[in-house]
Every structure is written in structure tokens, then in C-alpha cells.
Design a protein around this ligand. Structure first.
Ligand code: GDP
Ligand code: MG
Length: 653
């Protein structure tokens, strides 16, 4: 079962590297009042002098201490766990140079190996001062230390500042509260085992350590009581009742220990000596309880508790890791792959954009807009609704009044009075009306052009999201398509202009639809002619008189006007129908289809150049960084997941 612990340590490393506090791994946290012996307990568990201890506030930052068991041989060779992530790496060659049985490493000093434990203690003090100053201040930011040794079992321990009541030195008034918060922050982690330290020479019934532990662990499922300073009890008293759980029962157990006194520390008494003396002391004073107390027993108990705890946490841990991994995976996917083959990527992006552009026009795009018409549907709307309606609203006789018609008729007859309504005047007037179709037709081209421009934005926003990774490529594509569209505009306008010009070029009075209309009128015209012959020819209008602006029309003039109006109307409707039909076709052919057909080759021709590759595929600044972070995190998560899977497979509980 002990094989489980290195696995958990590995997991913890994985997350340390990623710099995330995402997964709460089981760890052992020491709580207690100031100078109750917390650091001393941890130290004897480590088996080496390495923690700053003493009277007063000594521990002022949380210390996360990871103990890693190495076999004695490995220790001499300096082997560490080779799988350590880079920052905590313990490369064999480094440790070889060290040639030590025990060594420590700090997260904040990276690869530096400490074999001198005095130096480790010094570094803890320095690092404490670096953040919390030298005014007895407290900082919640932990120091990470890892100890490799043959003399430890695998444990992760957290040393915390002791609970205090009265501020000393420059400590703030609310120091009691600050420390409480800090302690709670660590022990409220349900994945922590609480080591509630109480000195034997204080009253266990009022133990602050057990009190605060109970706040977060009311059922006592993860609280272990440690009674220190068994040697300092008043003469005539003993801790039998306390150790037997008769004063306060503690579910997981109450373990008494004897640490080194301040004098021992001053005399540099070794831990080994201390443990031997402790054993002697227990055998003498508490023979019946000796095998269930002492530092060694404490270490074993902790190891067992930790493993049970880990076992209980595994399923949930696994789920969490998997959920997180899935989240990071999709995050990573959204960032796209880092570009390896630039040329292929460029071509792929260009093609994808071109395809999406065409699809949006065809209506086969992946992302169909639901809030408004777009792409091909909008073009259809422009043709049939906007343009069609506009044309239909053009009045065939708009802008013409009777006087205009009359004047045109008279001008067309020249000096001689006409017998019939002159055809020239009809042509003249109908052309004038046909010309009025040009403006809305050109407007139709403009609208479609605008829509085609809008599709560019639509494609880069919704469909080709990868494009947003490469802002330069995005801009270049927009530029090329915009240019292409702009180039097609005059050609299309020209065609539309010509369509109207073609209509103007030849007024086909033999058009079958028009002939029908004429047929209806011919009877009238014949009748008019007869009437006119019968009457005296009207005298010519005197040339010096201005053309009359408004007067009562004679019956004949009235009729002539009506005839012309009817002809104009009839012919105009024919032309309007033509234009309504041919302009959309022209726009489709000269603008829409042309762009659709040439877009891909245009983009490739202008952008797919080796000289441009690097520039176009420059990612937006933070993308590479973000992707790397997500990838690292994902790797860490996958490794964690794999480790857990291994545990669950190989260890039958
Ligand atoms: P902390 O403030 O809880 O971390 O306590 P320390 O570990 O710094 O210990 C405070 C003082 O009590 C130090 O001088 C230790 O030497 C002393 N001390 C701790 N445990 C024992 C013990 O079991 N017996 C004796 N005699 N002294 C102890
Ligand atoms: Mg301490």
C-alpha cells in the first residue's frame, strides 16, 4: 500500500509545476498554539534538523514539506524521481555531485540542492523574511520544500504559524484572526489530515488545536491528536488519562511524543539520539502504551491515515481531473493546432475561407444566421423584394404631363400638321421613361455588392474562426476579397447600364406583346384619321407665340395624348419586365458568380507566396502563450489521470 504515496507525491508535483491549486491532495497539516511543538513534531518526522524552531513566533509562513523516501543506495547515488517536472527536477547527475544520503530542494530555488540542513533552515528563514518581513508579520503564501531521505516515510506535511492571542512586536492587532484564517484555509481542505498538537503541560480540555480542528472536522474523521512535551509534565502528574482518550476522545487516536527541548537544540542533540531517548522515556514512564506512542508510531499512523484518505478521495479526484482535462482539451481545440507546416496551413485556411464564402452565398454554410437574412438569401431578397418592388413602383407615365406629350407630338410633326400621331414622339417619350429604369438597376448592383462585402465579415466571424488566430492573414484575405469585389463593380454596372441602353437602342414596335396593344388602338387611330380629314385642317400655331403651358385641349389633342400615353404605358411595361428579369441575371453573372468562381484562385494567387508565409501566419500575440499554458495543464492533467488509473488498476483495496 505504501506504493500509493509516491504516486500522490507525483500528482502533487504535476500540479505544482502548472502552478495551480486545482486539486486538493491529501496532506497533513499541523495546528496548535504557539510553541506547542508543531515544528518540532514535523522535524522529528523528517528525522533531521531543518525547521526553524524556538520560543516566540518562529513559523510565519506556511511550509509545505514533502517527504520523499529514497532507498539508502539510491540516496547515495542521489536518485530522485526522474519524472519530476522541469522546475523541480532532480537530475541524477546533479545529485551525484552531491553524493548525499539526504537532501532538500525548494520550489523557489528550482534545481538548487541543499545537503546542509542548516542551510535549509537558513533558507526557510530568509524566504520567510523575504515575504513577511522581519517584523513578525505573517504571510499566507506557502514555501514549498521537498526532502529526499532514506529516513522518512512518504508524507506531505504543512507547518503553520501557531495560534496566538496577543500581538507581539509589530504584529497587527488582528493577528489572532489572521492566523486563524490562515489555519482554517489549510485545514478546511477536506483532503487534509489535521495534526492537532497540544503540549502535555497544558490542559488538553482547553486545547485550541482540537477546538479549531473540530470546527472543520466535527466528526473527527481526519483529526489526530499529538501530545508533546510528555517530559515536561509536573512531577507527580502523568498523561495516562489524556493518552487513553479519557479526557477528550479523539477518534483517530492520541499519540504522545517527546521532542527535543530547547537545551537539546542548543546542544545540537541529534534526532536519532532524541528518538532513542524518547523510546527509553516511554518504556520507562508508560510501558503499557510505549508501542502506541512516540515519533515512529506517529509516522506510521500518519502514513496509514493518509493512504486511507487518498483511497477515499480517488474516485472523486479522478472525476475532477477528467472533467478538467475535458475542459482544457476543448479550450486547446479552440486555440487550434500550432502551425507546423505553414504552407499547408495557409492553403487550408484560404480554401476554407473561400469555401465558406461560397457556401454562405449558396446557403449551405455550417453556421446559418437566424437573426437576419444573410448571404444568398439576402441577395435573393434584394432581387425580388427590394429591386422588384422598386421597379414595380415606377409609374410608366411618371414625370410626363399632357403638355409634355403634346409638345413632343407637335415637335415631332415638324412644320406640317400631322395626319396621324407621329411615331417619333412615341419613341422619344418612351425612351425617356425607359431611362428611368437605370437608376434603380444600378442601385440593385450596389446593394448586392454591399451584401457580398458583408459576407466576408460573416465568414471570418462565424465560420472560419481559426482565421481570428492570424490577424494579418485575416486582414489580407479581407483586402483581397474587397478588391475583387470592387473590381467587379464597374464591370457589372457597365453591363446593367448596357441592358438599359440596349432597350433604348431599338424600340421594337413589332414586339408581339406590343403589337397586341397597338392592334387594340389601331381602330381608334383609323377613326381619328377619318374624323380629321372631314374637318378643316387647324391653322398653324403662330411661331412667335410661346408653346402654351396650360390650356384647354381640343378634342383631337386629347385623343392624341391618350393614344401616346397608352402606347408608352404598354411598351414601358414590356421593357420593365425585361429589366426586372435581366438585371439580376447580369448581377449574378458579372458579380456574384464571377466572385464565387475566382475567389479561391484570386486568394491563392495573391497570398500563397513563400515570402508572405511567415508574416501572414503570425499569430496574435498571446495565442502561442495561451496555447502553451493550456497544453501544459492538459499534459499535467492527463498524467495525473493516468497515474490514478494505474493506482486503481494495480491496487485492489
Ligand atoms: P511551535 O511554535 O509549535 O512550532 O513550537 P516549536 O517546535 O518551535 O517548539 C517550541 C519550543 O518547545 C522549542 O524550544 C522546543 O525545543 C520545545 N519543545 C517542543 N517539543 C518539546 C518536547 O516534547 N519536550 C521538550 N522538553 N521541549 C519541547
Ligand atoms: Mg513552529
Amino acid at each position: 500500500m505504501e506504493a500509493l504515496i509516491p504516486v500522490i507525491n507525483k500528482l502533487q508535483d504535476v500540479f505544482n509545476t502548472v502552478g495551480a491549486d486545482i486539486i486538493q491532495l491529501p496532506q497533513i497539516v499541523v495546528v496548535g498554539t504557539q510553541s506547542s511543538g508543531k515544528s518540532s513534531v514535523l522535524e522529528s518526522l523528517v528525522g533531521r534538523d531543518l525547521l526553524p524552531r524556538g520560543t516566540g513566533v518562529v513559523t510565519r509562513r506556511p511550509l509545505i514539506l514533502q517527504l520523499v523516501h529514497v532507498s539508502p543506495e539510491d540516496g547515495r547515488k542521489g536518485a530522485g524521481d526522474e519524472n519530476d517536472p522541469a522546475t523541480w527536477k532532480n537530475p541524477r547527475h546533479l545529485a551525484k555531485e552531491v553524493d548525499a544520503a539526504e537532501w532538500g530542494k525548494f520550489l523557489h530555488t528550482k534545481n538548487k540542492i541543499y545537503t546542509d540542513f542548516d542551510e535549509i533552515r537558513q533558507e526557510i528563514e530568509n524566504e520567510t523574511e523575504r515575504i513577511s518581513g522581519n517584523n513578525k508579520g505573517i504571510s499566507p503564501e506557502p514555501i514549498h520544500l521537498k526532502i529526499f531521505s532514506a529516513n522518512v516515510v512518504n508524507l506531505t506535511l504543512v507547518d503553520l504559524p501557531g495560534m496566538t492571542k496577543v500581538p507581539v512586536g509589530d504584529q497587527p492587532k488582528d493577528i489572532e484572526l489572521q492566523i486563524r484564517e490562515l489555519i482554517l484555509q489549510f485545514i478546511s481542505n477536506p483532503n487534509s489530515i489535521i495534526l492537532a498538537v497540544t503540549a502535555a503541560n497544558t490542559d488538553m480540555a482547553t486545547s485550541e488545536a482540537l477546538k479549531i480542528a473540530r470546527e472543520v472536522d466535527p466528526d473527527g474523521r481526519r483529526t489526530l491528536a499529538v501530545i508533546t512535551k510528555l517530559d515536561l509534565m509536573d512531577a507527580g502528574t502523568d498523561a495516562m488519562d489524556v493518552l487513553m482518550g479519557r479526557v477528550i476522545p479523539v477518534k483517530l487516536g492520541i499519540i504522545g511524543v517527546v521532542n527535543r527541548s530547547q537545551l537539546d537544540i542548543n546542544n545540537k542533540k541529534s534526532v536519532a539520539d532524541s528518538i532513542r531517548d524518547e523510546y527509553g522515556f516511554l518504556q520507562k514512564k508508560y510501558p503499557s502504551l510505549a508501542n502506541r506512542n512516540g515519533t515512529k508510531y506517529l509516522a506510521r499512523t500518519l502514513n496509514r491515515l493518509l493512504m486511507h484518505h487518498i483511497r477515499d478521495c480517488l474516485p472523486e479526484l479522478k472525476t475532477r481531473i477528467n472533467v478538467l482535462a475535458a475542459q482544457y482539451q476543448s479550450l486547446l481545440n479552440s486555440y487550434g493546432e500550432p502551425v507546423e507546416d505553414k504552407s499547408a496551413t495557409l492553403l487550408q485556411l484560404i480554401t476554407k475561407f473561400a469555401t465558406e464564402y461560397c457556401n454562405t452565398i449558396e446557403g449551405t454554410a455550417k453556421y446559418i444566421e437566424t437573426s437576419e437574412l444573410c448571404g444568398g438569401a439576402r441577395i435573393c431578397y434584394i432581387f425580388h423584394e427590394t429591386f422588384g418592388r422598386t421597379l414595380e413602383s415606377v409609374d410608366p407615365l411618371g414625370g410626363l404631363n399632357t403638355i409634355d406629350i403634346l409638345t413632343a407630338i407637335r415637335n415631332a410633326t415638324g412644320p406640317r400638321p400631322a395626319l396621324f400621331v407621329p411615331e417619333v414622339s412615341f419613341e422619344l417619350l418612351v425612351k425617356r421613361q425607359i431611362k428611368r429604369l437605370e437608376e434603380p438597376s444600378l442601385r440593385c448592383v450596389e446593394l448586392v455588392h454591399e451584401e457580398m462585402q458583408r459576407i466576408i465579415q460573416h465568414c471570418s466571424n462565424y465560420s472560419t474562426q481559426e482565421l481570428l488566430r492570424f490577424p494579418k492573414l485575416h486582414d489580407a484575405i479581407v483586402e483581397v476579397v474587397t478588391c475583387l469585389l470592387r473590381r467587379r463593380l464597374p464591370v457589372t454596372n457597365e453591363m446593367v447600364h448596357n441592358l438599359v441602353a440596349i432597350e433604348l437602342a431599338y424600340i421594337n414596335t413589332k414586339h408581339p406583346d406590343f403589337a397586341d396593344a397597338c392592334g387594340l388602338m389601331n381602330n381608334n387611330i383609323e377613326e381619328q384619321r377619318r374624323n380629321r380629314l372631314a374637318r378643316e385642317l387647324p391653322s398653324a400655331v403662330a411661331r412667335d407665340k410661346p408653346v402654351p403651358v396650360a390650356r384647354k385641349l381640343s378634342a383631337r389633342e386629347q385623343r392624341d395624348c391618350e393614344v401616346i400615353e397608352r402606347l408608352i404605358k404598354s411598351y414601358f411595361l414590356i421593357v420593365r419586365k425585361n429589366i426586372q428579369d435581366s438585371v439580376p441575371k447580369a448581377v449574378m453573372h458579372f458579380l456574384v458568380n464571377h466572385v464565387k468562381d475566382t475567389l479561391q484562385s484570386e486568394l491563392v494567387g495573391q497570398l500563397y507566396k513563400s515570402l508572405l508565409l511567415d508574416d501572414l501566419l503570425t499569430e496574435s500575440e498571446d495565442m502561442a502563450q495561451r496555447r502553451k499554458e493550456a497544453a501544459d495543464m492538459l499534459k499535467a492533467l492527463q498524467r495525473a489521470s493516468q497515474i490514478i488509473a494505474e493506482i486503481r488498476e494495480t491496487h485492489l483495496w
